[in-house]
Ligand binder design. Structure first.
Ligand SMILES: C[S@@+](CC[C@H](N)C(=O)[O-])C[C@H]1O[C@@H](n2cnc3c(N)ncnc32)[C@H](O)[C@@H]1O
Length: 280
């Protein structure tokens, strides 16, 4: 498979997060499609489609040429590209082996002969080698909270988006009432042996979630970033797996919540979806 290479800052490709994702890619890719999805994405293509269908008006707005920021193994890009209104999508992923070893398998599995609708890019979402005002839509699934400089990332995305485009962010969010001490506690958690083994790391590794590139934003912190970088919020939706914990925990900013009967994967089995419009 051919892929495009864009500039990546040295600091982004030398840390623990990069190493961890390389390890998963190298090991899971040899086991095939299901292992790649289970170990990297945690949610399969039909559930990704189902979630996107639940977001107000999203399917009418995602058309033409798009970008997937932090595209991982290509599951989200390939799912979106199934839609006939999509001409092409650049799947931009920092980690070379994730692109080289996993994306061909995932694209082939989901898109078959239409795999070339997804252009694989080894690159950083902070340096998009695309013209200003050239892109019809952007999507980022569980990746914006991994940005080392969210302000820069959002401005770079806005630069390439056309006036009438949308940016769909699917990510994690915490209630505004979450105290600083709880945010710090989450970031300081040291991964346990089970996680380390599952992620192909040595059992005696001492690694915190913070060192692994995680950030934890409250809903209002997300909104402030969007405001500061010049995005209007068209809609906000929370999607949750219907677990007892998720039924009990209500968000404290009035975002409508939708429950699904399958696992959403990652933090708490719940996600917030923001549909943004760049203010040009
Ligand atoms: C939690 S994963 C989500 C991947 C994919 N969107 C999915 O849902 O499977 C976050 C991804 O963002 C990528 N990433 C982190 N920083 C990046 C950057 N500066 N540019 C591009 N990708 C980045 C990571 O390598 C990782 O694959």
């Amino acid at each position: 498979m051919t892929y495009v290479t864009w500039f990546r800052e040295e600091s982004l490709i030398s840390g623990q997060e990069y190493l961890g994702n390389q390890l998963i890619a190298q090991n899971a890719s040899s086991k095939g499609y299901n292992a790649i999805i289970n170990e990297y994405v945690y949610i399969d293509t039909h559930h990704v489609s189902d979630i996107l269908k639940k977001i107000p008006d999203i399917s009418n707005m995602m058309k033409g040429v798009g970008i997937d920021l932090g595209g991982g193994v290509g599951c989200i890009s390939s799912t979106v590209a199934q839609n006939e209104t999509i001409q092409k999508i650049f799947c931009i992923e920092l980690v070379e082996d994730v692109v080289k070893l996993c994306q061909p398998i995932v694209k082939e599995n989901i898109l078959g002969k239409n795999s070339d609708k997804v252009t694989s890019v080894v690159g950083s979402f902070d340096n998009l080698e695309l013209e200003d005002n050239s892109i019809d839509f952007a999507i980022s699934w569980d990746a914006m909270h991994h940005s080392s400089n969210l302000y820069k990332t959002l401005l770079e995305c806005k630069r390439v988006l056309k006036d009438d485009s949308v940016f769909v962010i699917v990510d994690r969010g915490h209630n505004d009432s979450t105290p600083d001490s709880e945010i710090e506690r989450m970031l300081d958690i040291i991964y346990d042996k089970e996680f380390l083994i599952k992620n192909y790391r040595s059992e005696d590794t001492i690694l915190t979630r913070r060192e692994n590139g995680e950030h934890e934003y409250r809903f209002s912190e997300w909104k402030n970033y969007f405001k500061k970088t010049g995005f209007d919020i068209l809609s906000s939706t929370i999607i949750k797996t219907s677990t007892d914990e998720n039924k009990k925990l209500k968000n404290d900013v009035g975002i409508p919540e939708i429950f699904v009967d399958y696992e959403l994967g990652a933090f708490g089995n719940r996600k917030v979806v923001f549909v943004l419009k760049p203010i040009k």
